[in-house]
Design a protein around this ligand. Structure first.
Ligand code: UT7
Length: 325
């Protein structure tokens, strides 16, 4: 039986920081409100000339180095973003070129913030079918370039980051069980416009622009708590385990209140959660790989530990998986 296992991780956040004091200077908000209602203190913001594929390539190179794998060994690049440099070429192809992964097939996916779990789930299928042995899953977003900095309900949440994982075929235990899902009835809960002429969407935005993210915060929050907790419990059961067997849960980092309610529903305490929310805010699909990479580097994960990764996001989508480190 061929298993798929993460053998290397890399993360990247840009240098520039917008702290809560800066947010207070641009919209009608306060450090007290942002901290109490979201848990975010700082977000990292890409430079004007720094784009998704630039950040993705850095995270990808770091993951390859961490895994001790050369770019030429990679057979597939799966890249997740909602802020691509171009619709075509895919960001995966741009990154393939910039890191020199000359032997890799490459494509982009979009399951919004659930994309890291979705990407790992796809990687696991290619490995289980013995199509590929080494796959790079990269998540990267420059959400700051799609943020309405006149909308206090969204601009305090988002930051920029990239995270990557090298997934390899192994006979050791790796990704044990996965679940991905979608609820299209919530497709208008988080929106970013492309070519469709949708005046109603433009009107909803504080700046009435076509480039920014709009979100029905309360509705997403309600969906998120249930989706994260329930998919985690289902996937843990599917793996033949209980929450007592889980050493660490690395969730999508959207709002501390969502995480708090979800872990209550999962029946675990907050010492089993790894958070980077305070430092980076919500960086879309990159939240989980960046947090996982930092948790591993900080020694929060030991060989043999069973870990849950769980995300939710636009679509609406969700994804959860259990893996053995
Ligand atoms: O990865 C994508 C997934 N996205 C998410 O997970 C986001 C989920 N949603 C949330 O995190 C929360 O809904 C928000 C943080 C976006 C908003 O928090 P909330 O507790 O749901 O606030 P609310 O929308 O119910 O608004 C309550 C009040 C409103 O004022 P009024 O109408 O009561 O006077 C808002 O205008 O808070 C106001 N408000 C703010 N006040 C100060 C909204 N944003 C801010 C702000 N500073 N930044």
């Amino acid at each position: 039986m061929v298993n798929a296992k993460i053998i290397g991780l890399g993360g990247y956040v840009p240098e520039k920081i917008y702290d809560n004091a800066y947010m207070e200077s641009i919209v009608d908000t306060s450090d007290e409100w942002i901290t109490r209602r979201t848990g975010v203190k700082e977000r990292h913001i890409s430079a004007d000339n720094e784009y998704t594929t630039d950040m993705a390539a850095i995270a990808a190179k770091r993951a390859l180095e961490n895994a001790g794998v050369s770019a030429e060994e990679i057979e597939l690049i799966i890249l997740a973003t909602v802020t691509p440099d171009y619709f075509t070429p895919s960001c995966a192809c741009v990154v393939q070129n910039s890191i020199g992964a000359v032997n890799a097939a490459a494509f982009d996916i979009n399951a919004a913030c659930s994309s890291f779990v979705t990407g790992l789930t796809i990687a696991k299928q290619f490995i289980a079918s013995e199509t590929y042995k080494k796959i790079l899953v990269v998540c990267a977003d420059t959400l700051s370039k799609a943020t309405d900095y006149n909308d206090r309900a969204t601009c305090v949440l988002f930051g920029d980051a990239a995270g990557a994982a090298v997934v390899a075929a192994t006979d050791e235990p790796g990704i044990i069980a996965t679940e991905i899902g979608a609820d299209g009835t919530g497709c208008k809960s988080i929106t970013q416009l492309a070519y469709r002429d949708d005046e109603e969407e433009v009107e909803k935005r504080v700046s009435h622009d076509k480039k920014s993210i709009w979100m029905a915060g309360q509705a997403v929050m309600k969906f998120a708590v249930k989706a994260m907790a329930d998919s985690t419990l289902r996937v843990v059961e599917k793996a033949g385990l209980t929450m007592d067997d889980i050493a660490l849960v690395v969730p999508h980092q959207a709002n501390y209140r969502i995480v708090e309610s979800a872990i209550k529903r999962m029946g675990i305490t907050d010492d089993k959660i790894y958070l980077t929310l305070e430092k980076y805010g919500n960086t879309s699909a990159s939240c989980i790989p960046v947090a996982l990479s930092e948790a591993a580097a900080a020694g929060r994960i030991k060989k043999g530990d069973k870990i849950v990764l769980v995300g939710f996001g636009g679509g609406l989508t969700w994804g959860a998986l259990v893996m053995q480190w």
